[in-house]
Ligand binder design. Sequence first.
Ligand code: GDP
Length: 365
Amino acid sequence: GFNCGIVGLPNVGKSTLFNALTKAGIGAENFPFCTIEPNSGVVAMPDMRLNILAEIVKPERVLPTTMEFVDIAGLVKGASKGEGLGNQFLANIRETDAIAHVVRCFEDDNIVHVANSVDPKRDIEIIDLELIFSDLDSIEKQLQRAQKQAKSGDKEAIASKDLLEKLQQHLTDGKPARSLLKDLTSDEKIKIKSFHLLTVKPVMYIANVAEDGFENNPHLDIVQAIAKEEGAVVVPICNKIEAEIAELDDGEEKDMFLAELGIEEPGLNRVIRAGYQLLNLQTYFTAGVKEVRAWTVKIGATAPQAAAVIHTDFEKGFIRAEVVAYDDFVQYKGEAGAKEAGKWRLEGKDYIVKDGDVMHFRFNV
Ligand code: GDP
């Protein structure tokens, strides 16, 4: 699965967000084969298509696809120099696929700000700098090694050395590695992954606003402007309200509360979807009488790669995929109808999976 680390200065609303996500999340009992750490929450990817498929197929059970959020509390100024705990937080970030950076955009005199005032630009810079310092440290070590190896004329080592030097300059200018990606060759883009940098990970900003802070909020405007420059996403959300929504079970009471707020679904759903987009993910479905289920694959994945999400053996023994597009599956009320209408396809190993494909894999064991 894919995961997203929640970072931000203390007292910006990370735990409030994380708790809302875990409350709304899926209990560990549904995932007996994964270990779910206490600082991690697994949430269902909200997707109405799953319900519509279930109405057609009437399976024994319905399983959504999921996204994991990891609470990385305690990232503070000085963490990158940090002995002990500071380093531990950075190591936790290294394990994540993407970063959700919570930024305080609400005023509240009762809630202390670590730097005494609400100032999103400064806050973002503090966190960014810690990550940049940490990457610079790591680059320096890797560069020493690459420089030694490059002396022997080894082509790979020379390429590594050149890229590391380029990165070192870029980060020394105070810029994250992700903003260099667009200028790299495809070989360099592959190579940069092997450096395990923090600032190369895609970022979304979660602007934690007051209840009435979605409009005419200069703090939010600043976050939007920073994100625009970086090509990053902003999700404005009021974590305090999300925490209240998450307390309610699905049903009439919750629907009424959402209606009062004038929204159709919890704002958390926007966070989850943004995480999905950030990682270039899409969903395909399997729809049998036992189970209708959503699965996550990277956009651009081939049919065997999609099969591997279910089981690695499916990829190795892949023969063919039977595919019905989601719209056809719904229009012709299931596989049989789609087949009759000529909308059922057999696809080979080079097939590029499309969002919403209803798939069935044939494979050798
Ligand atoms: P963390 O240190 O970043 O994890 O921050 P917390 O989630 O613990 O929040 C710090 C304090 O801010 C708590 O007292 C929260 O109740 C409060 N808080 C969080 N989100 C909001 C919000 O949207 N509005 C207001 N007024 N307070 C909030």
